[in-house]
Design a protein around this ligand. Structure first.
Ligand code: FAS
Ligand code: PHB
Length: 390
C-alpha cells in the first residue's frame, strides 16, 4: 500500500491533520492503536483558544462547536481569601475562549472522516515507523494477525506522550526537557449544572481545585491530589465536600452535587522534545510536548503544531518547496515554549507545594497581590490564556 502521509494516532492532532490534508487534496492514512470507542472514552481538555476554533471551522467540523460551545469572556482565580475575575474580553481587546470538550471535537472529526470513508485504521497493533531517516519511509502495523506495510513520503507522529513515534527515534537524536510535579489532578464529570457561569481556579490551603464545565448541565471538576492517590481513595461524597471547602463558601452554597459519571487521575508534567523533526518523521501534539493542564494549553498547543505542519505539507505538495517543513520544528517550538512557561507559571501559582517552604508560599501570595493590583499583570495572564498568535 502507498499513500502520501501516514499519521500515527487518531486523537485530535492526528484527525485534524488528516482532515486538513484531505481538504488540500493530500492523501493520508491514520493508524490508531485503540478502538474509536476507547479514544472517545478519554475525558480530557475543555477550553478552546480562538485559533483552534478557527482551524476546526476551516476543517469543516465547526458546526456543532458553534451550536453547543460556550463562549467564555472571563474566569475567576483565587489564592487564599483573595479572588479576582480575569476579564479576558476587556484585557485582550475583545478575545475570549470557547468551552467545548475535546471528546466532542474528536467525535466531530471522526464523523467527518466516516462521511468520506477516510483511511483511518483502528486497533492497529505494533505500529512501527521505518526508514524515516532516508527518502523512502514506511510504516508497518499488524491487524487481526496480518502484517501490513504502507510506503509514504512523510510520517506524522500524532500518537501522544506514550506513543511509538518519539520512542522510534535514536536517543542521541533528541533532547528532552522535563519537570514532573509532586501531585496530580483528580477529575470528575457529573450531570449537574456548573457552580458558576465561568471557570473558577482556586488555590486553597488544602490544595488546588478547578470548577469547569462541558455544558449548562454537565460539570467538570478537579482537585489536586498526591501522586500516590487512587480513585478508590475518593468516593464522590468526599470529592464534593473537598470541592466545597477549596472553592469557598459562595461556590459551596451554589454547588449542585450528584454521582460522577467519570472519575480519573492525571499526572502533571512539563515536557518538551527538541527537535520535532527527524528526517521524514514529524512529531506533533502530545507526542512532542506536555503541559500541566492548569493553563488549558495541551490541546491548544497540539492545534498550533497541526497548523504549522499542515501548512508545510500543503506547501510541499503544492509548490514543491521544503521551506515550511524545514522551519516546522523551530516555528512550533517557539510557541510551545511560551505555552510551557504560562502553564508552569499558572501551576506554580495555584497549587500547594508541601515540599517548598514558607518563602515560596509568600511568593504565591505576592504574585496574587501583584495580579490584583496591576492591569498589566492581568493583561499578561489574559493574552496567554486566550492564546498567543500562531
Ligand atoms: P492524544 O494522546 O490525545 O492522542 C494520541 C493518540 O495516539 C491516542 O488516540 C492513542 O491511542 C494513539 N496512540 C498512542 N500510541 C500509539 C501507537 N503506538 N500506535 C497508534 N496509535 C497510538 N489538555 C487540556 O488542555 N486540558 C485538560 O484538562 C487536559 N486533561 C488531560 C488529561 C489526561 C489524562 C491527559 C493524558 C491529557 C490531558 N490534556 C488536557 C492534554 C490533552 O488534551 C492533549 O493535549 C491532547 O489529547 C493532545 O492530543 P494528541 O496530540 O492528539 O494526543
Ligand atoms: C476542563 O474543563 O477540562 C479544563 C478547563 C481548564 C483547564 C483544565 C481543564 O485549565
Amino acid at each position: 500500500m502507498r499513500t502520501q502521509v501516514v499519521i500515527i494516532g487518531a486523537g485530535p492532532s492526528g484527525l485534524l491533520l488528516s482532515q486538513l490534508l484531505h481538504l488540500a487534496g493530500i492523501a493520508s492514512v491514520v493508524l490508531e492503536r485503540r478502538s474509536a470507542q476507547h479514544v472517545l472514552s478519554r475525558i480530557r481538555a475543555g477550553v478552546l483558544e480562538q485559533g483552534l476554533a478557527d482551524m476546526l471551522e476551516r476543517a469543516g467540523v465547526g458546526a456543532r462547536m458553534h451550536a453547543e460551545g460556550l463562549p467564555h469572556d472571563g474566569f475567576a482565580i483565587s489564592v487564599g481569601e483573595t479572588r479576582l475575575r480575569i476579564d479576558l474580553k476587556a484585557l485582550t481587546g475583545g478575545k475570549s475562549v470557547l468551552v467545548y470538550g475535546q471528546t466532542e471535537i474528536t467525535r466531530d472529526l471522526m464523523e467527518a472522516h466516516a462521511e468520506r470513508d477516510a483511511d483511518v485504521i483502528y486497533e492497529a497493533d505494533h505500529v512501527t515507523p521505518l526508514g524515516f531517516d532516508g527518502d523512502t519511509p514506511k510504516v508497518s502495523y499488524m491487524r487481526e494477525g496480518v502484517t501490513h506495510e504502507i510506503n509514504c513520503d512523510f510520517i506524522c507522529g500524532c500518537d501522544g506522550f506514550h506513543g511509538v513515534s518519539r520512542s522510534s527515534v535514536p536517543d542521541q537524536a533528541f533532547t528532552v526537557f522535563e519537570k514532573v510535579y509532586p501531585f496530580g489532578w483528580l477529575g470528575i464529570l457529573a450531570h449537574v449544572p456548573p457552580v458558576d457561569h465561568e471557570l473558577i481556579y482556586a488555590n486553597h490551603a488544602r490544595g488546588f481545585a478547578l470548577a469547569s464545565m462541558r455544558s449548562h448541565a454537565l460539570s467538570r471538576y478537579y482537585i489536586q491530589v498526591p501522586t500516590s492517590t487512587h480513585t478508590d481513595d475518593w468516593p464522590d461524597k468526599a470529592i464534593w465536600q473537598e470541592l466545597k471547602t477549596r472553592l469557598g463558601d459562595e461556590a459551596a452554597s451554589a454547588m449542585e452535587t450528584g454521582p460522577s459519571i467519570e472519575k480519573g487521575i492525571a499526572p502533571l508534567r512539563s515536557f518538551v522534545c527538541e527537535p520535532l523533526r527527524f528526517g521524514r518523521l514529524f512529531l506533533a501534539g502530545d507526542a512532542g510536548h506536555i503541559v500541566p493542564p492548569t493553563g488549558a494549553k495541551g490541546l491548544n498547543l497540539a492545534a498550533s503544531d497541526i497548523h504549522y505542519l499542515s501548512e508545510a505539507l500543503i506547501e510541499y505538495y503544492g509548490e514543491k518547496s521544503q521551506a515550511g517543513l524545514d522551519a516546522y520544528s523551530q516555528k512550533a517550538l517557539a510557541r510551545i515554549w511560551k505555552a510551557e512557561r504560562f502553564s508552569w507559571w499558572m501551576t506554580m501559582l495555584l497549587h500547594q507545594f508541601p515540599t517548598l517552604g514558607p518563602f515560596d508560599a509568600r511568593m504565591q501570595r505576592a504574585e496574587m497581590d501583584y495580579l490584583v493590583s496591576s492591569r498589566a499583570a492581568q493583561t499578561a495572564l489574559a493574552e496567554n490564556y486566550v492564546g498567543l498568535p500562531y
